[in-house]
Design a protein around this ligand. Structure first.
Ligand SMILES: Cc1cc2nc3c(=O)[nH]c(=O)nc-3n(C[C@H](O)[C@H](O)[C@H](O)COP(=O)(O)O)c2cc1C
Length: 227
């Protein structure tokens, strides 16, 4: 039987020791916490391919995320072919190089960063480029509400991506979210031949982990206020 943690009458007392405590192992069914806390951003992968059926499971988890008006604005493009990965990485790198050069960043530093990013993208057996589409979302005549609608699509897509990351963890895969497409959405749309209505938001690298990662979180008290 699952042990219940006795909730304090004062919510500020509850969970205050999460960061250091081994709270998850303190309950019989720790699987939820193992999933949540075990997920890490992993950036190096074994060369083993990821089966399509497994990728479909992750995408199925993604589309079960909540979305504004249940309009499901997320769109996904799965990239497993090496030439497509190379092309995407090289063309994003060219733009990144140009941006950093224009910022006056040291050339050797730029090359190092670009090399690391290229290795991550081309070394991942699978990539999922996550986009959003406003097709099906509400259309407003004024910018204030239109921006809120856009944000709802962004939020919904981010939730789908989080589901995908958790599913990857659940099914023994590792993953990392990369924000690069946000900086070059037109380029990503062009390289991957995405529909014009898709707005690239993120690139999720996927594979079997070739490294272990540890991360901590700040205490709740530093991020939460109660009223
Ligand atoms: C919106 C977003 C953008 C991110 N972009 C990148 C990125 O471009 N490159 C990268 O290596 N990691 C990226 N990450 C992963 C974060 O660095 C990572 O989640 C954070 O360091 C916490 O580590 P954890 O995921 O292992 O808990 C991103 C994560 C989020 C949510």
């Amino acid at each position: 039987m699952q042990k219940q943690r006795i909730a304090s009458a004062d919510p500020r007392d509850d969970y205050s020791d999460w960061r250091q405590s081994d709270w998850a192992s303190d309950i019989d069914d720790g699987s939820f916490w193992q999933l949540i806390r075990g997920r890490r951003s992993v950036r190096r992968y074994l060369p083993d391919p990821v089966e399509r059926s497994l990728l479909e499971k992750l995408l199925t988890a993604a589309i079960w995320a909540p979305s504004a008006h249940n309009r499901q604005p997320w769109r996904f493009c799965v990239v497993t072919s090496d030439p497509a990965k190379q092309d995407l990485s090289e063309r994003m790198a060219a733009r990144w190089r140009a941006d950093l050069s224009a910022d006056g960043v040291d050339a050797a530093f730029i090359e190092r960063r670009v090399r690391i990013s290229h290795a991550r993208i081309t070394g991942a057996p699978a990539l999922v480029a996550a986009s959003l589409s406003l097709e099906g979302m509400d259309d407003y005549p004024d910018p204030r509400r239109q921006e809120a609608e856009w944000l709802m699509a962004v939020q919904s897509t981010a939730l789908a991506c989080q589901n995908l990351l958790l599913a990857a963890q659940h099914f023994g895969l590792a993953a990392c979210w990369m924000c690069a497409p946000l900086f070059v959405p037109d380029l990503v749309r062009d390289v991957l031949d995405l529909p014009d209505s898709w707005h690239p938001q993120a690139l999720i690298t996927l594979g079997y982990a070739a490294e272990e990662k540890q991360r901590e979180r700040l205490p709740l008290a530093e991020r939460v206020i109660w009223r």
